[in-house]
Design a protein around this ligand. Structure first.
Ligand code: GTP
Ligand code: SPV
Ligand code: MN
Length: 579
């Protein structure tokens, strides 16, 4: 028994006062028992046998997305958390949480869940332990991480693990907090059972805590998918891409080449988080710390993402989807006719034509990565995969063209730092509001983003073969508010240009914002786009970009002296190029 772990578990038990404690080993037998208990108590319900071993869970309707305003970084100095985070001092954080935890598990079971983030045997992998009173969290963690004995074996007698204490509490939003204590590698979460608020290995550990470690140790913990693109000659190029929540990472990671792109293949390594280190060869190597997908259900269907549809066909958990009268999971955008009647995500009857959505817009599936037909043969390689390109992107109705390439690493850091995107249902609050979301990390960077930009700039100097940096926008709209780019599989056309650029291709033209594809360099053959639309996809409007640079200035100003001078220099250079 690991002494450090034992004493922390004892401490948590003394505080939360559970009726009993269960150490989770990650076995099939344990999983089956927990699922049986949850189907008996109504926490889960079994779905149709067309989806073997799959279950529906309905969250409390007040608890269906991450709650950024209730998420805190607890560091001694407010400046170290930065204007990008809600902050409390560690003392205040603790003082606020202790009374909420006191006795919160009375009558409940306290589960101790050891888990490994990253492939078994990888020098990049890290151990976490989550203590929770939610069996739903346990069975999700079993899909999302390598859970149980495998993690304890990796930990051995070391005290080097990230601690996460989670309780459902009373699920009241007034008593819901997600607090991070980076200096103690500790996460305290109470009052939510949902996704990133409760599955503490994901955003809390693998991004907020890991990003602080990454900065100290000289690596990257990023909100990025990892994908391998294989050309018809059989050569695979790996790309990492950061898009904000619900902006297309899972879809790009599982892209299916359309018939027009003969001979191309796409291999999924990860769909949400990348941990990346500089290798001895001077390239950047990435692992996926997760073992499953916690994917957005609405919009997922055989046309948009057949690989996701195949991944979730068995051994999966569906959260806040609707259900048909035959017990099939259902959401807006799934295949087939809209049924006449459904049970909606709240468990209420729903009829076709209703103005209410049947599935919550942030309904999710939890599915094992190994079930994905496009999973890369290298997805569990302890070394990871070498990254040739980093792509940033967001949801922008205007301004950002379909694709452009940064002029060099430092300009690429500026491009990443100036990402903006319309908000989505992945977090509570208004949807569709453009906000700056640097590197898609605004909700996930565990420290001052001024220091984060400096870290990115510094890392450029440490790589002999740094990835090339790009920006994409799949979400440009026309005057009628319709997406003009077909997206999904057709995005491969853009990735082909990206890869060509990484391999020395010169099919680019200079513009004020960076390199644009030369005319004809992105294959548009066979797409139903008129000439005006084709031109508009690559249009750079100097007026819009000047306004953009002004907005970036306002954002940068928040960081005061923590903003590296190079970032403002890049911004002024851009303005100068815009004329
Ligand atoms: P998180 O899991 O929240 O981090 O989200 P994500 O970045 O993985 O987003 P995901 O791939 O799940 O996509 C979110 C939504 O965007 C879904 O409804 C998709 O159908 C839609 N989407 C994804 N890619 C495209 C695209 O290329 N074009 C359009 N129009 N929509 C897309
Ligand atoms: C996101 O919001 O970016 C997600 C879902 O991937 S959650 O796990 O809730 O963070
Ligand atoms: Mn995400």
């Amino acid at each position: 028994m690991n002494a450090a772990l034992k004493s922390w578990v004892d401490e948590c038990a003394a505080l939360c006062k559970p009726a009993k404690i269960e150490w989770c080993d990650g076995s099939d037998a344990e999983n089956t028992r927990l699922i049986n208990e949850m189907t008996a108590s109504g926490v889960l319900s079994k779905l149709n046998d067309a989806y073997p071993n799959s279950y529906l869970h309905r969250s409390n309707p007040n608890d269906v997305a991450r709650t950024e305003h209730l998420t805190f970084i607890c560091t001694p100095s407010k400046d170290d958390a930065g204007p990008n985070n809600y902050w409390k001092s560690p003392e205040d954080g603790r003082a606020q949480m202790l009374p909420l935890y006191d006795g919160c598990m009375a009558g409940r079971t306290m589960y101790v869940v050891p888990y490994l983030m990253g492939p078994v045997g990888s020098p990049s992998s890290k151990v976490g332990v989550e203590i929770t009173d939610s069996p739903y969290v346990v069975v999700n963690m079993r899909i999302m991480t390598r859970m149980g004995d495998v993690a304890l074996r990796q930990l051995g007698h070391s005290s080097d693990f990230v601690k996460g204490l989670h309780s459902l509490g009373d699920l009241s939003p007034d008593r819901r907090f997600i607090m991070h204590f980076p200096e103690e590698k500790l996460i305290w979460s109470i009052g939510s059972g949902y996704g990133g608020n409760a599955l503490l290995g994901k955003k809390c550990f693998a991004l907020r805590i890991a990003s602080t470690q990454a900065r100290e140790e000289g690596w990257f913990a990023e909100h990025m998918l990892i994908v391998g693109i294989e050309n018809p000659q059989g050569e695979t190029t790996y790309v990492a891409a950061a898009f904000p929540s619900a902006c297309g990472k899972t879809n790009l990671a599982m892209l299916v080449p359309p018939a027009s792109q003969k001979g191309w293949k796409v291999w999924t390594v990860g769909d949400d988080i990348a941990w990346m280190r500089v290798g001895p060869d001077g390239r950047l190597w990435a692992i996926n710390p997760e073992a499953g997908f916690f994917g957005v259900a609405p919009g997922t269907g055989s046309k948009t993402n057949p690989n996701a549809m195949a991944s979730l066909k068995k051994n999966s958990i569906f959260t806040n989807v609707a259900v048909t009268k035959d017990g099939m999971p259902w959401w807006e955008g799934i295949d087939g006719e809209v049924p006449e009647t459904l049970t909606d995500w709240k468990g209420q009857p729903w009829a076709k034509g209703s103005t209410e959505k049947a599935a919550h817009p942030n309904a999710r599936f939890t599915a094992p990565a190994a079930q994905c037909p496009s999973i890369s043969p290298k997805w569990e390689d302890p070394q990871g995969v070498p990254i040739s390109a980093i792509i940033f992107g967001g949801r922008r109705a205007r301004t950002a063209p379909l694709v452009y390439q940064a002029r060099d690493w430092n300009h690429g850091v500026y491009v990443g730092a100036s990402v903006a995107s319309e908000t989505t249902a992945a977090q509570t609050g208004a949807v569709g509001v453009v906000r700056r979301d640097p590197m898609a990390m605004l909700p996930f960077c565990g420290y001052n983003m001024g220091d984060y930009f400096a870290h990115w700039l510094r890392m450029g100097g440490r790589m002999k073969h740094a990835p090339k940096i790009f920006h994409v926008n799949w979400f440009r709209q026309n005057a009628a508010g319709k997406f003009v780019w077909p997206g999904f599989g057709e995005n491969l056309r853009v990735l082909r240009w990206v890869i060509d650029r990484c391999n020395g291709g010169d099919a680019a033209v200079e513009s004020a914002i960076g390199h644009l594809p030369a005319p004809g360099a992105v294959d548009m053959s066979g797409l139903d786009l008129d000439d005006a639309t084709r031109a508009d996809l690559f249009n750079v409007d100097a007026g819009e970009w000047k306004a953009e640079a002004e907005n970036v200035a306002e954002f940068f100003a928040k960081f005061g002296s923590r903003l590296p001078a190079e970032m403002e220099r890049q911004r002024l250079d851009l303005l100068a190029r815009l004329g």
